[in-house]
Design a protein around this ligand. Structure first.
Ligand SMILES: Nc1ncnc2c1ncn2[C@@H]1O[C@H](COP(=O)(O)OP(=O)(O)O)[C@@H](O)[C@H]1O
Ligand SMILES: [Mg+2]
Length: 240
């Protein structure tokens, strides 16, 4: 049955659940994500083997054989998650997932490239985009935190002679995913044992009180620019 909300302004509930993390290889993306509550890392490289986080490979199966139907495997995993105790799903990395989906769509159409023959005029790319937006919606429908991980690359503008750091995920997919995220965080390794994280984009101006999960609050407090500095000071005063 459909129920309508009361016709009066409501107090917005500001709590981030969808995160996009990008950074260079070995800058601490998986490390940071692994501390989220009950995290499961769905990965495309086998790097998570060296991490503390429970993981599943999307591209190799339980016998270490390459998976042909990556789209089907992702679907099967997501369908089973509600029956597990995992509360944070990490997609590590999203550009590899896009590449695997693109490869599968191309192969299944019997073409060489996503822009060839039957897939020309944006049809192939449209199919991959649809798969990615379905993935976003499917994850959003679950009661879980979602962390999308991407490597970063340097993009140079030859005309201006400038460079900027961007996620390796192509803009058309970045827009779908980041458009559905609450926070974009960049990880950096500044020295042999110095790791740095910064909140690059925020859906709202969050304060620590908005974050009900204390583990997530602590993790976000370690991100530069996440909370306004005065809020942090006030909080410190209060706890004295
Ligand atoms: N904040 C941190 N403090 C200590 N060690 C870290 C931190 N972030 C990353 N590391 C270490 O750096 C290595 C690479 O981190 P990882 O998260 O796997 O990188 P990425 O996923 O960005 O490629 C790991 O061995 C990890 O233990
Ligand atoms: Mg990693």
């Amino acid at each position: 049955m459909i129920t309508f909300p009361e016709d009066k302004p409501r107090k917005p509930k500001k709590e981030p659940h969808y995160f996009f993390i990008y950074g260079l290889p070995m800058s601490g993306k998986t490390f940071f994500a692994s501390y989220f509550p009950h995290a499961l890392d769905l990965n495309t490289d086998n790097n998570a083997k060296q991490s503390r986080v429970p993981f599943m490979s999307l591209v190799t199966d339980e016998n270490d054989k390459p998976v042909k139907d990556v789209i089907g495997r992702m679907d099967e995993i997501l369908k089973r998650i509600p029956q597990t105790s995992f509360k944070t799903i990490i997609i590590d990395t999203i550009e590899d997932v896009v590449d695997a989906f693109t490869k599968q769509v191309t192969e299944e159409a019997g073409e060489k490239y996503i822009t060839d023959g039957k897939l020309a005029y944006g049809k192939g790319t449209g199919m991959v985009k649809k798969l990615i937006s379905d993935l976003v919606l499917e994850l959003k429908a679950m009661q879980v935190n979602v962390i999308w991980i991407s490597r970063e690359i340097e993009q140079s503008d030859i005309a201006n002679g400038t460079t900027k750091i961007v996620p390796a995920l192509k803009p058309q997919y970045y827009n779908i995913i980041a458009g559905n995220c609450d926070l974009v965080i960049r990880t950096q390794k500044l020295g042999p044992n110095t790791y740095y994280r910064s909140a690059e984009e925020k859906r709202s101006n969050y304060t620590p009180e908005d974050i009900t999960d204390s583990t997530i609050r602590q993790l976000l407090e370690s991100c530069h620019g996440m909370f306004p500095p005065q809020t942090k000071n006030e909080e410190k005063k209060e706890t004295k």
